[in-house]
Design a protein around this ligand. Structure first.
Ligand SMILES: Nc1nc2c(ncn2[C@@H]2O[C@H](COP(=O)(O)OP(=O)(O)OP(=O)(O)O)[C@@H](O)[C@H]2O)c(=O)[nH]1
Ligand SMILES: [Mg+2]
Length: 325
């Protein structure tokens, strides 16, 4: 993409053009050539949004809850961005959301921006740029960004790094509270929702979670509250907003908000620097040639991978000192 197209796109973005915002997010997600330039230009506009992660087992009602939560935030005049990471079902306002009416409202609300990131497999193993997509929404001016992920692995741990407050959504019949523990969800929640509380066993589930939370090692005075919600009826949403607000205050007062920001900047700088160091190391054909040659020597028993690595480093140091790379 040419320089002029990129700056045109940025100009439209800054004017609040939603299509431009979508295009910037697509570029960032796909790591196109101008993704870096776009993120670089938008960085000064980031750091304002409050980022909330919503995670939990498949079908727990996360999307329904996110829709309800977004609606509740909208009633307080705040704009909302919603990011669904690797949704098991597309986040398109269809039956998947359980509550068409509420979702349709969100889709037609200019204060809401919804983005689905279909990832696993389809992007050819690229890292999920959740943080960067949140940065784009932050720069676009969304006050609150809600990220939905299915709680099943490394992905949510990455997402936890990218958000300020994490809501773990469980259901009464996951009487396999133990499963939750195993999935590592107990450690990551800043607050817990026992959703589908219209069903049997909600109170028992609340007690089980509270019991497990007492065993959780604590480095933070914040004790994760456990709420009951019925996302389909919007029940518990105001309470959820209130408790999330307390968590936000806690983050600000305890300096954790600032620490998160510093940590996130460090991580991002580290990632970008590492990428460049690796690119530099492989920049000369000599290194690739030497690598292949050394590989054969190791195979033939004349060297070892360790000595080969040292030899490659010598080559790189030499190339740098000669100014070749
Ligand atoms: N009874 C009851 N059903 C609910 C409640 N919340 C959500 N559901 C239903 O549960 C089903 C799954 O809801 P979703 O919001 O799509 O759940 P999800 O966790 O986002 O699902 P995935 O993204 O596919 O993992 C839908 O049929 C909802 O209508 C609730 O509080 N009570
Ligand atoms: Mg969902």
């Amino acid at each position: 993409v040419s320089e002029s197209t990129t700056s045109e796109l940025l100009e439209q973005f800054r004017r609040g053009d939603r299509r431009a915002c979508g295009r910037v997010m697509s570029a960032v997600e796909a790591e196109t050539d101008d993704a870096g330039r776009l993120l670089d230009a938008l960085f000064p506009l980031t750091g304002r949004a409050w980022r909330i992660g919503v995670t939990g087992p498949p079908g727990a009602g996360k999307s329904t809850l996110v829709a309800g939560l977004a609606g509740a935030f909208r009633r307080t005049q705040r704009t909302v961005g919603i990011v669904a990471v690797d949704p098991t079902s597309p986040f398109t306002g269809g039956a998947v959301l359980g509550d068409r009416v509420r979702m349709t409202e969100l889709f037609t609300d200019s204060g809401v921006f919804i983005r689905s990131m279909a990832t696993r497999g389809s992007m050819g193993g690229l890292a999920v740029r959740t943080r960067e997509v949140c940065d784009v929404l932050d720069a676009f001016g969304q006050d609150i960004i809600i990220v939905e992920t299915v709680g099943v692995g490394q992905m949510e741990l990455d997402v936890v790094d990218a958000v300020h407050s994490t809501v773990v959504v469980l259901v009464p019949e996951s009487g396999d509270a133990i499963q939750t523990l195993k999935a590592g969800l107990m450690e990551i929640g800043d607050l817990f929702c026992v959703n589908k509380s219209d069903r049997e066993g909600a109170d028992r589930m609340v007690m089980e979670i509270e019991g497990m939370l007492e065993l959780r090692p604590r480095s933070d005075p914040w004790v994760p509250p456990v709420l009951k919600t019925v996302a389909t009826a919007g029940a518990g949403m105001e309470e959820l907003v209130r408790v999330l607000g307390s968590h936000y205050e806690h983050l600000v007062k305890s300096q954790r908000m600032l620490e998160r920001r510093i940590q996130s900047i460090r991580q991002e700088m580290r990632r970008l620097f590492d990428e460049r160091v690796i690119q530099l190391a492989w920049a000369s054909d000599d290194v690739s040639l030497l690598f292949d040659g050394l590989c054969q020597e190791v195979m033939a028993g004349r060297s070892t991978p360790y000595r080969a690595a040292e030899r490659l480093m010598e080559q790189i140091r030499g190339a740098i000192s000669k100014g070749v790379i």
